[in-house]
Design a protein around this ligand. Structure first.
Ligand code: ADP
Ligand code: 5GP
Length: 190
């Protein structure tokens, strides 16, 4: 059986990765989403096991020691990791899966999965990125500052991605991500 495609979506905090993915997954039931583990405290409305697996630092490093992550990284002062089992199982079943991970995680996945498809979501501008983080209202001043500072560094990594999507109009960004998925499914040569 043909293995599924592995899609990786990255982009600065607040660009709209979660929003775009939620829309995509609502319309597409033939692509799976990898739920990450994190040591970051849950935000209001986030559900354990749906948005993230919220773990203590001890639990997280137990999984690291047991080689249960495909990749893990410290991002904006917290730990995040992609649980291995679900991703492997999904790909083996021939289904596509999408990871929403930061640039460090993407770099690690690139070493073991050069065939994966790497997509970078960009904000229309830095001021718009700041506006979106403010609008979401989940970060305190310090966390927001860290995220905006890191955004400038993260954008330098764009050259290592296969596709870029500017998330200006939400519907258009979702359409572009869908188009990439469809095109990659039609690809003959990897
Ligand atoms: P990320 O997952 O990349 O950190 P979110 O999906 O949480 O970002 O989006 C951050 C904020 O930006 C949210 O308030 C969301 O509603 C808003 N947003 C997302 N996409 C757009 C868009 N295309 N235009 C305007 N606001 C957007
Ligand atoms: P947030 O705290 O805003 O949900 O996510 C912060 C950052 O962590 C984002 O850049 C997001 O892509 C990244 N992230 C989420 N899950 C993972 C993961 O499993 N691995 C890595 N490396 N980064 C992740």
């Amino acid at each position: 059986m043909k293995r599924g495609n592995l899609f990786v979506l990255s982009g600065p905090s607040g660009v709209g990765k979660g929003t775009v993915l939620k829309r995509l997954l609502k319309e597409y039931d033939d692509i799976e989403y990898s739920i990450s583990a994190t040591t970051r405290p849950s935000r209001r409305g986030e559900i354990n096991g749906k948005d993230y697996f919220f773990l203590s630092v001890e639990e997280f490093f137990q999984m690291v020691d047991n080689n249960q992550f495909i990749e893990w990284a410290e991002v904006h002062g917290n730990f995040y990791g992609t649980p291995r089992e679900y991703v492997e199982k999904t790909l083996q079943e021939g289904k596509d899966i999408i990871l929403e991970i930061d640039i460090q995680g993407a770099r690690k996945v690139r070493e073991s999965c050069p065939d994966a498809i790497y997509v970078f979501l960009l904000p229309p501008s830095f001021s718009e990125l700041e506006k979106r983080l403010n609008k979401r209202g989940t970060e305190d001043e310090k966390s927001k500052e860290i995220r905006l500072k890191n955004a400038r560094e993260e954008l330098k990594e764009l050259v290592n991605y296969d596709y870029q999507i500017v998330n200006d109009n939400l519907e258009e960004a979702v359409e572009k991500l869908k188009a990439i998925i469809v095109a990659e499914r039609c690809r003959v040569r990897k």
